[in-house]
Design a protein around this ligand. Structure first.
Ligand SMILES: Cc1ncc(C[n+]2csc(CCOP(=O)(O)OP(=O)(O)O)c2C)c(N)n1
Ligand SMILES: [Mg+2]
Length: 729
């Protein structure tokens, strides 16, 4: 197969040989741009290396040795942005930022960007960031967390990371990054329009508008295209210039001096004033969107040629010659030497090992452990008298805030109001507005704050006000939080505990969106943990374990609170107080997979969780009166279910009824049925009662689609061997 050849490479080499290099685009001196001649030459070296890597990636793909060709050609000006920042400034990068990556590596001795990037192109298990799981720009040593392919999804967490810098200081804990860092967050002009980006920019502005520190530089790399869709030339500037509380700066990404001037000003402004800056960097896209993209299909030959004529490498070469830093023949030599070196390293990279087995691939889903940062002895008070679930969660949160100095809560209405249901009452007054944060009304920003702060070593506990409102932000968990350890071999982690008020059965209140009973979107996320208590005592034990899992095991955890049980006190009759729980104390933790057991009967096991457990307990007396010896098994954890343990808990029972308050399709009961059968439990002795595949209506019909006490009794009687029922009657 013949090697692909590249017009931009021919153009560049021809211009060097003929000396037909473009004149500098700006009348800017090196000193006005803040660069020495050697530094300018260094930036150019980073640009050249970035370009050679792009071309090599395509050669590798043509040989079926490389798997990802989205490149940085046209965006090499980002090398100057890297130079304007400190290598300790966390950088959440656009996928076209190899030049940034390389330049930053030049500032950190001992790093090997050429080798690292090539290993990632060929998906070698020795790729130091993702271990062959994805081609990402990322490096622990360079403070560059890897980003996913989902455009704009990194903006919320970049804002969160910037917010966390001052927060760490207020909490009195040391973060992962120096307190005077500036966060860098880059993205394309198409990505700018994504609601995730707009939400994050708005949150940054809202935060800065309130006078809170937010040292972040957003860089919009405006190449005028989002794959085939053009961005109107003045769109980005028009949309950002007048925006409150965000400084707008522009620079010419085709000119290293002007880019460095702009980036330096942006970094200084963000660092000194701790305010957000938007740097609009105009550039071009060369080599199409990616190797698979035939740009001739939507751009004319003249348009492509015009972009190619704007090659930043041509302009950089012109600058170097004009400022007497390098001659054209030196540049030619540098280019050829770099290309040869890249090719040689690529040949070696191709021979390095690949991931082979599922176990190898999955090895980094669960992050590594780290030492606990809990304060021994702190947060020890027990709640004196039995209380309902909400009060016990409130007390556990109080204790956890005392015990974990790096823990903070963040959500809508959780501070002054104390939460819609009072779960966080009094906590802000006691611990301060920086520990119990009233956030902007945007779920992506709430989760982004948590993710970014967790990157920085804090322990966030964000709250989503209702389960239905997780969904517009769910990708922050699904695509972002849960994948970070996977795509960085556990080098970057974002441990957190998301509290979500959810599930149905609120007495006549709210309709579907306040009674959402579907968890499928959470249960299939690899590595994500979901805990769900049915009673106050368990709620404390589960919450304390969830926080330990995040603190020590760096896990991403969802703690789902059944709203309808928040204030439930009674089980069978008014004032019986049987659903109030006692506080099991600060050291009580229910381990992952530990089941709750009530009763020892062998006729029927009811397997359930949350409201289902409550309803099953309500149904118990009637079933017992019918002669059924009953036991109730509470799952407590709705992911990573230990099915051997579940099987062991029910296998000596005649019948098993699974009561699942979530929708029939995609609910936990499907998995329970399948796994019990797989372990030899007779399917004929097994049944499930679930919610219908419906949304929840308002008013008196609110529970009509859900399992009820009466329906549990009805199903149980139908399922159990009639002998027992006859005995009782
Ligand atoms: C949420 C999401 N939608 C769609 C895509 C597919 N996609 C990848 S890049 C891209 C265009 C991005 O354009 P821009 O932000 O201008 O970046 P550029 O590639 O031009 O640098 C699209 C639509 C994606 N990766 N993520
Ligand atoms: Mg673009």
């Amino acid at each position: 197969m013949s090697e692909p050849s590249f017009r931009i490479e021919h153009n560049f080499l021809r211009a060097l040989r003929t000396g037909a290099l473009p004149a500098p685009r700006h009348a800017l001196t090196l000193s006005a741009a803040g660069l020495s001649a050697a530094q300018l030459a260094g930036l150019f070296e980073a640009q050249v290396l970035s370009r050679c890597l792009d071309l090599e990636a395509r050669r590798l793909q043509a040989r079926q040795e490389g798997f990802y060709t989205i490149g940085s050609s046209g965006h090499e000006g980002m090398a100057a942005v890297a130079h304007a920042l400190r290598p300790t400034d966390p950088a959440f990068l656009h996928y076209r930022d190899a030049a940034f990556f390389i330049q930053r590596a030049r500032q950190v001795p001992g790093t090997t960007p050429t080798r690292d990037l090539l290993l990632s192109f060929v998906a070698s298990s020795e790729d130091p960031i993702a271990g062959g799981r994805h081609k990402v720009l990322g490096s622990k040593a360079l403070n560059i967390p890897p980003q996913t392919s989902t455009i704009a999804s990194h903006l919320p967490k970049a804002v969160g990371a910037a917010f966390s810098l001052a927060l760490a200081r207020r909490l009195g804990v040391s973060g992962a990054w120096p307190a005077d860092s500036v966060v860098l967050c880059s993205f394309g002009d198409g990505s700018f329009n994504h609601s995730t980006a707009q939400g994050a920019l708005n949150t940054a502005a809202w935060t800065a508008y309130r006078g809170l520190p937010l040292p972040i530089v957003f860089v919009c790399e405006d190449n005028g295209l989002a794959i085939s869709v053009p961005t109107p030339p003045a769109w980005i500037e028009s949309a950002m210039r007048g925006r409150p509380a965000i400084h707008y700066l522009a620079c010419d990404g085709l000119d290293l001096l002007d880019t460095h001037r702009g980036a330096r000003e942006a970094a200084q402004l963000a660092r000194a004033r701790k305010q957000p800056v938007f740097l609009h960097l105009r550039c071009v896209r060369l080599l199409g969107h990616a190797g698979s993209d035939a740009e001739q299909g939507y751009l004319s030959a003249a348009q492509i040629a015009a972009m190619e004529a704007q090659d930043p490498l041509l302009y950089s070469a012109g600058l170097l010659v004009a400022h007497g830093v390098l001659t054209a023949s030196h540049i030619l030599e540098l280019y050829q030497h770099t290309a040869a070196r890249v090719h040689a390293v690529a040949e070696q990279a191709c021979r390095r090992p690949k991931l082979r087995t599922a176990a190898e691939v999955m090895a980094s889903i669960v992050p590594p452990r780290r030492p606990s940062r809990a304060r021994a002895g702190a947060g020890a008070e027990r709640l004196a008298s039995p209380a309902p679930l909400a009060r016990l969660i409130n007390h556990a949160l109080d204790r956890l805030l005392a015990r974990y100095p790096h823990l903070f809560l963040a959500g809508e209405d959780i501070g002054r109001k104390g939460g819609v249901y009072g779960v966080t009452l009094r906590l802000q007054a006691k611990y301060g507005a920086h520990r119990v944060i009233d956030t902007v009304l945007d779920e992506q920003s709430i989760l982004g704050l948590a993710l970014g702060a967790a990157h920085n070593g804090l322990l966030p506990m964000p709250e989503i006000q209702y389960l239905a409102y997780l969904h517009n932000a769910e990708d922050q968990l699904r695509g972002e939080a849960a994948t970070l350890a996977f795509f960085s071999q556990g080098q970057f982690t974002n441990p957190l505990v998301v509290r979500i008020a959810g599930l149905a059965y609120q007495k006549g209140f709210g309709g579907h969106f306040h009674n959402d009973n579907a968890l499928a979107v959470l249960r299939d996320i690899p590595g994500l943990i979901v805990a769900c208590p049915s009673n106050g005592t368990d709620a404390v034990g589960l919450l304390q374990e969830c926080v330990r899992l995040a603190d020590e095991e760096q896990r991403v955890v969802v703690y789902l609170e059944p709203i309808a049980l928040y204030h439930t006190r009674d089980l069978h009759a008014p004032d019986d107080g049987l659903w109030c729980g006692t506080d099991p104390g600060p050291d009580h933790r229910l381990a992952l997979g530990e089941l709750g057991l009530w009763g020892e009967g062998r006729d029927l096991a009811i397997l359930s969780y949350a409201n289902g457990v409550y309803l099953a307990r309500q149904a118990a007396p009637e079933l017992q009166r019918a002669g059924i010896a009953l036991r109730i098994v509470d799952l407590r954890w709705l992911t990573a279910i230990d099915h051997d343990r579940v099987h062991a808990a029910v296998k000596d029972c005649e019948r098993v009824l699974i009561v699942d308050e979530c929708r029939r399709s995609g609910s936990v009961s499907e998995e329970l049925m399948a796994e019990l059968c797989a372990r030899g439990f007779d399917g004929a002795r097994l049944a499930r009662l679930t919610a219908a595949d419906s949304f929840i209506p308002l008013g008196v019909a609110a529970t009509s689609t859900l399992p009820s006490r009466a329906r549990i009794v009805e199903h149980a009687l139908r399922l159990v061997d009639p002998r027992h029922i006859r005995q009782a009657s």
